[in-house]
Ligand binder design. Structure first.
Ligand code: OAD
Length: 227
């Protein structure tokens, strides 16, 4: 079975009602990254950081996977599909995708501040100051903040290097190391980019760009690949 590796970003969840980060309506237009998404921000004002992620988590219970998430599940009938997502939502899993690797963490999970391996799934949406791990330390969102290591990048790069087809959906390719994954793909394999504002990444030889929303572009590409 041919292996398809799919790299997704915030754009695939936009039509489910989850805001992207950059662009005029992006979350980083309203919040400063250094106030919310760094370890220093957490040390300075954990309440503010918790509130930001609590609001995002709360919204997750109100949204559903869209046609793009669902189309990727369909692909599994004919291909060995691996999704590498920068998203912290769980919409790929809820759509039914079987192999999903989260590069930047998961909103529904929280972890210890003294032991990175102590990870729990939160009941409900709210993580509060005073919620402690088994070792008695404050729990934090299970999110990779700016400046932190990306522990899943190695398995992600290994997957990328094994791809027979590579698909990139709804990411500005602004954040590294995620944005560099495309360069681990074997030279010459078909690469598809689906994003209404796609910019052409350099040095990709067999690239097809679909400048359209994921909700229509992904089902169209899936149909094409299935035939
Ligand atoms: P961005 O907000 O940087 O980019 C979103 C991309 O989605 C843009 O290229 C949009 O053109 C595109 N887009 C918007 N609507 C779309 C639609 N309906 N269909 C398809 N594409 C659409 O989000 P990411 O690239 O995911 O990290 O951001 C990468 C990382 O930066 C995130 O994981 C997050 C953020 O800071 C952390 O918080 C650690």
């Amino acid at each position: 079975m041919k292996k398809i590796v799919v790299l997704t970003g915030a754009g695939i969840s936009a039509e489910s009602g989850i805001r992207t980060f950059r662009g005029s309506d992006g979350l980083w237009e309203e919040h400063r990254i250094e106030d919310i998404a760094t370890f220093e921000a957490w040390q300075r004002n954990p309440g503010l950081v918790l509130d930001f992620y609590n609001q995002r988590r709360k919204q997750l219970f109100e949204v559903k996977p869209n046609a793009a998430h669902l189309a990727l599940v369909e692909l599994e009938k004919n291909f060995d599909v691996h999704i590498i997502t920068q998203n912290v939502d769980d919409l790929h899993e809820r759509a039914g995708s079987g192999q999903v690797l989260h590069l930047h963490g998961e909103l529904k999970k929280v972890r210890s501040t003294v032991d990175d391996n102590l990870i729990h799934t939160l009941d409900g949406w709210e993580l509060k100051l005073g919620d402690l791990c088994a070792r008695g330390s404050q729990l934090r969102p299970h999110i990779v903040w700016f400046g932190e290591a990306v522990p899943m990048i190695e398995p992600a790069a290994a997957l990328a290097s094994e791809a027979d087809i590579f698909i990139v959906i709804g990411t500005s390719l602004n954040v590294y190391p995620a944005a560099g994954l495309i360069h681990f793909a074997k030279p010459g394999i078909p690469v598809y980019l689906i994003d209404p504002q796609a910019e052409m990444p350099a040095r990709i030889s067999n690239l097809s760009v679909l400048r359209e929303a994921a909700g229509t572009g992904v089902p169209r590409l899936v149909k094409q690949l299935m035939h």
